[in-house]
Design a protein around this ligand. Sequence first.
Ligand code: COA
Length: 320
Amino acid sequence: MRAATSLRHSRIVGLGEHRPAGTLTNDDISARGLDTSDEWIRTRTGIVSRHVAASDETVVSMGIDAAAKALAAAGLTGADVDLVILATCTMRNPIPGGAARIATGMGAAGVGAFDVNAACGGFCYALSIASDAIRAGSATRAVVVGSEKLTDWLDWTDRGTCILFGDGAAAAVVEVSDEPGIGPVAWGSDGDAYASVGVPEGDWAIRMDGPAVFRWATTQLAPVAHRACELAGVELADIRAFVPHQANNRIVDALARALKLPDHVVVARDIATTGNTSAASVPLAFASLVNTGEVSSGDLALLLAFGAGLTYAGQVVRIP
Ligand code: COA
């Protein structure tokens, strides 16, 4: 065998978002008869409304749209891609995964394609796999998609859970680069706490011990952010944007406090109109910051995703 070529670098060159047209406000939820209120949900979570996919909008169709927009943003087409990774945990059927259909739908039929299920941590896991594949020479250009239809998995009578989630998809195009554009991933898991959030065996909807997940997220994840910076060889002061998983604004506040983020760091707050979209949450929040011009191309962003498993992953990336 020929020795592997020396490691190359990778970078993100385009981002795309798919936000379903359908929306559901907190008032809409309480109007359905659930014992909750706009005031309670806003105060406890920061969520005001979320997007809800139509019956013909699926994890795959939303993923195709987000991928096409990411390619367009990068000035590319599906023919330029040789790897597609889909991060999701809400496919209706476990087999087959959705990545191959997304590849075909975006004009990249035949390329390497597979799904990653690390729940809400999924996008940062998938991004690191794509980056490593490119760096090692297994791929030259990848599309990483986070797509979720969480409303298929919600019990609308369970007020501790259903108010949190929404649907959507986002994608990033990753390619070979002369300069480092995606740092090494800081990742990990806690399998002992697997029951704290997920769809229990024999059940059909997401169940959650909200306070337990809240405690974990607010006490255990700041060191992961520090580790991601350390692996990338940067200080928190070098970061322009912090893009944590959008699970609850109070979790985001606690993380920002624990990290003592400098004032110049823009913190993603996509949750207000999006809710928690699991594997789509970090790329949606990131794409929103980029597409609204709140951050500039070339700056550094710290991504941090976490969720069921429990799983977590984060990395420093250069903003496309
Ligand atoms: N509306 C009104 N009251 C509600 C409610 C709702 N939607 N959901 C729960 N409550 C009630 C509870 O029944 C409880 O009532 P009680 O005191 O009479 O027993 C009270 O509010 C407090 O419940 P608790 O669960 O302790 O609230 P909380 O402040 O922890 O907020 C979450 C609940 C779910 C918002 C919060 O725990 C959370 O965000 N956890 C993290 C969840 C998460 O991120 N999950 C995804 C991981 S990727």
